[in-house]
Design a protein around this ligand. Sequence first.
Ligand code: KG4
Ligand code: ZN
Length: 337
Amino acid sequence: MIVLGIETSCDETAAAVVSGDNIILSNVVWSQVATHHPYGGVVPELASRKHIEKIIPVVEEALLRAEVNSSGLDGVAVTCGPGLVGALLVGVSFAKAFAYATGLPLTGVDHLEGHVTAVYLEPDPPPFPFVALLASGGHTNLYYVLGPTRLERMGQTRDDAAGEAFDKVAKILGLGYPGGMVIDKLARDGDPERIRFPRALLDKTGFDFSFSGIKTAVARYVQRQQDGASVSLQDIAAGFQEAVVDVLVQKAISAVEAKRCEHLVVVGGVASNSRLRARIRQEALRPGVSVHIPRHELCTDNAAMIAAMGHYHLSAGKSSSLDLDVYSKASMPYMMI
Ligand code: KG4
Ligand code: ZN
């Protein structure tokens, strides 16, 4: 089975072709960063307009690189939520039209389950069950994963997502948008111990997160610095990153221990963070946990993960009708809470 995946939930227009054995035949991502950069964040209306401009060339490129045309495909998978409604509508409308014109089955994919699916596209995916930490710009969730479409949510953020904290702190520090990668790079030359920012909910036994307080703490710190001796931007970035990474690593490892599970998966844009990747691999070693983190381009938004999820849906006979709708907030009906 060969599936075309389409992803337009935020600021990336993406299309990919994936075969049934989870082999990526093509994976095209057109980033809108340059469009949104002057505004310091994603402007939803501009995102929709850019998706409209780019969706056809991006899909054409994905088919070209995979060396298939529509008659070589067996289905179309598209992200239908959560995300920006206007942006999602572009991908979903295109996918419906494509499926209708070609007679291919269509399936709507949840963006969050898509992120977890990214790990199956790597050569050594973990066996079920495993614990998955999903840390992106919109979500920070811990799941107990029993099967490709059987995700039990163990915890979530009560306010900002981890990636959102990176983006907001980058804005406070005047580093521009998107913030995650810039902070990651800057922090490499900083001292992570020099400034200690708060680690919210680490003293609590549950698996929820909170990242809005740390953003305020950084803002207050910067404000104070302006009146006195200044600490380098590198040290602030490193101190902030260390606090976020501490929380993510410790919560993820305690979730694995609580489930007496041996495998931990880390996905989502923040899973690209070099400090998180290094520390989680190192610290999971002690309790004997194997860590699986997809390569960078499968952690950030892409359509290969959507196509891969599409395989599971279509081979289980789950297709969507042409009245498939989009949704802005997380709402997977089969996700046990
Ligand atoms: O998964 P993703 O591409 O899109 C969403 O579904 O949100 O995640 C984007 C988020 C942004 O907040 C971005 O700042 C963050 O992931 N991010 C990073 C890094 N690369 C991307 N955060 C920390 N370190 C990075 N290297
Ligand atoms: Zn995402």
